[in-house]
Design a protein around this ligand. Structure first.
Ligand code: COI
Length: 357
């Protein structure tokens, strides 16, 4: 068992929180898990009250962006036991991002235990309204103070816990972007690193000005092959199968994406992970084969697509077409709360003997 020290708050902030209007990522629980990397190892694992950090202006993250993160959810099970969804996959992905960004991997068992302890200590912060959850945000960043371009030699890892509601409260209108790109093969598209999100903001702002909610990114070489939405992976429901872009190093290895593929295949629905051109999508729609489109991500869960525009063409999906996505959303949310039996072994019940000090 990892050595994790615990310092509790003297007064909880919980009574100040309006749990009816949480929004996403705006409210933070009382405690956070923190660990520091120096002298070649992660050390001083601790759970402490959430507080502001002071930072030297030469902190390397501010200059060169060595910063990675994850997002995962804990929900309150029907029997009052918190349930963590696929934390193993998120820890694995954090470490893949760490390798790509030249940062030290974090010990799997320590992070798993740290998150479980944090959930148990802040158990009362897990919201119970439908679709809400305690969103965990593990993130790692450089802490050296140096202006030369190099990998930092020290880092900090923090896990924040944020009681949150739904990320997208309505179906989205997508713009398939034909000028700006999110990622290229061999780049950092697969890593969950801050810069990928920063790079998306300006094109997203332009898309919003044109009335769209999100961008559907196309590949960075041909500007033709569908990648992902940035906050979620993308699925296309055809009459006889479901297709989704294959993991090619440029798209995020989505945990919800992976869960959906497993769920669909277990139901005998054919899922193809492949190269998908935007023309193929328009063509399948024109032939009447494309019946539904949805996004999948931890925060977004399963989000219906209302329309997708590429250049001068728009395809639309009426609400009565959203049957598979609605079913998948209910399944994932049900697995998270224990209302749907977990035959996939996606969930982890967070209960003793995790000692909380
Ligand atoms: C998540 O789904 O957890 C994400 O990281 C997407 C987003 C909120 C950045």
């Amino acid at each position: 068992m990892a050595n994790i020290s615990i310092t509790r708050v003297t007064d909880s902030r919980m009574s100040e929180v309006d749990f009816e209007h949480l929004g996403f990522g705006k409210v933070f629980s009382d405690h956070m898990f923190v660990s520091d990397y120096k002298d070649g190892q992660w050390q001083n694992h601790r759970i402490v009250p959430v507080e502001k950090m002071s930072m030297h202006p030469a902190n390397m993250t501010l200059h060169y962006g060595q910063s990675i993160f994850e997002g995962l959810k804990a929900s309150m099970g029907k029997d009052g036991t918190p349930i963590l969804f696929r934390a193993d996959k998120n820890i694995e992905r954090l470490n893949l991002s760490a390798i790509r960004m030249c940062m030290p991997e974090f010990p799997f068992d320590v992070l798993m235990e740290g998150m479980k302890k944090l959930i148990l200590i802040d158990k009362a912060w897990i919201p119970t309204a439908p679709g809400s959850s305690l969103y965990l945000r593990p993130f790692m960043f450089a802490t050296d103070e140096y202006l030369g371009v190099a990998a930092s030699t020290t880092y900090r890892l923090i896990v924040l816990a944020s009681p949150s509601g739904v990320y997208y409260s309505k179906p989205v209108k997508l713009l398939a972007e034909d000028h700006y790109v999110r990622a290229v093969k061999g780049g950092v598209g697969e890593a969950k690193t801050a810069g990928n999100y920063a790079a998306s903001l300006y094109p997203a702002k332009l898309a919003k000005q044109k009335g769209f909610d999100q961008i559907l990114w196309l590949d960075g070489i041909y500007n033709k092959y569908v990648q992902e939405v940035g906050t979620m992976n993308i699925f296309f429901v055809l009459k006889d199968r479901v297709i989704t872009p294959a993991e090619d190093g440029a798209i995020l290895k989505g945990v919800t994406r992976n869960s959906i593929i497993q769920i669909l295949r277990s139901r005998g629905i054919q899922v193809e992970e492949k190269l998908i051109s935007i023309d193929e999508i328009l063509d399948e729609y024109a032939k009447g084969n494309l019946v539904e489109m949805f996004g999948a991500g931890t925060a977004a869960v399963v989000t219906n697509v209302q329309s997708m525009t590429y250049k001068d063409k728009t395809i639309t999906f009426a609400e009565d077409a959203w049957s598979l996505s609605t079913d998948l959303k209910n399944t994932i949310n049900g697995l998270r709360t224990g209302e749907v039996e977990d035959t996939y072994l996606f969930t982890i019940r967070v209960e003793e003997p995790v000692q909380v000090g």
